[in-house]
Design a protein around this ligand. Sequence first.
Ligand SMILES: *[C@@H]1O[C@H](CO)[C@@H](O)[C@H](O)[C@H]1NC(C)=O
Ligand SMILES: *[C@@H]1O[C@H](CO)[C@@H](O)[C@H](O)[C@H]1NC(C)=O
Ligand SMILES: *[C@@H]1O[C@H](CO)[C@@H](O)[C@H](O)[C@H]1NC(C)=O
Length: 276
Amino acid sequence: MKTRLRLFIYLQCFLIGGLVDSSALPSGVRPISVTSKAGSRVVLPCSWKPHRAEVSPSACHVQWVSPPFTVFEQRSEDKWQAKEFDGRLEVPEETLGSGNCSLIIKDVQIRDTGSYESFMVVDGARSGKTRVLLQSVRLSVTDNKSWVSHPPGQDLVLDLHTSHSFTVVFQSRNSSAWLDVWSRGGKNSERVEKHPLHEQLTIKTLKSSDEGTYKVLDENGYAVSTVQLSVTENSPTLRAHQKQENLPKGDAAKSSCSVLLIVSLFVWSLQTLHLH
Ligand SMILES: *[C@@H]1O[C@H](CO)[C@@H](O)[C@H](O)[C@H]1NC(C)=O
Ligand SMILES: *[C@@H]1O[C@H](CO)[C@@H](O)[C@H](O)[C@H]1NC(C)=O
Ligand SMILES: *[C@@H]1O[C@H](CO)[C@@H](O)[C@H](O)[C@H]1NC(C)=O
């Protein structure tokens, strides 16, 4: 009885696959660009059209790939994700049945930058397992740039943004050298203190020699954030001037478009299936 139900569901999934493949292709598979700052929660959008009403989320087998590697796979209760993401990936089951296969990346890291593709894996009666491309996303994760100004004697609270932040380095305005200010696991110094709970660093009693650039780096040495500090008397407010820089958007999306169209027309058999 259970097998029969499964067969029916897979058949329905197959029909959905066919629907997505043919009608949703021209607009649906165009790569979407998503940009985010390190440490945020980011959603890689993905949707498929349920054939009729709601389909049980357990019926469908969703795969997210960052070519050539599979990063996330979900089929019924079986969930798998690549080690590098250490549990930061999720496709909420509640919305999967109504056609939302978006991938949530929590605490997004600079190294998560790249191309992502989502697939529906379907069991065809004759052809065996095939997969249908649903969505292609280009994710760009950048550092958070800001400018702050404080009068001397005040404290600078530096946001570390994520638990993956590993060191903070400083470049004085007059110098080209980068000095270590803090590193995770190290001791607090007299003037630099990590908040016991929050991802925050306080640099106490600012002096004019503290002026310069502060960079928060992750384990791989990528910049999570860059803060330009100026210490001036005539700064009436705590943060006189703070702005976000508009970073250039990736234009690689264009080039991959035609390739993806070809790829999406080509429904190939699944060779590496992680769940079984
Ligand atoms: C799909 O789910 C994601 C994550 O839960 C959500 O952010 C997004 O708004 C949803 N999309 C639609 C079209 O409902
Ligand atoms: C960038 O950093 C500032 C200061 O720490 C913070 O208020 C802001 O929310 C950050 N922006 C993003 C997108 O994370
Ligand atoms: C930078 O150099 C100028 C003069 O060359 C000096 O007055 C100033 O105090 C120096 N600033 C820092 C932060 O060392």
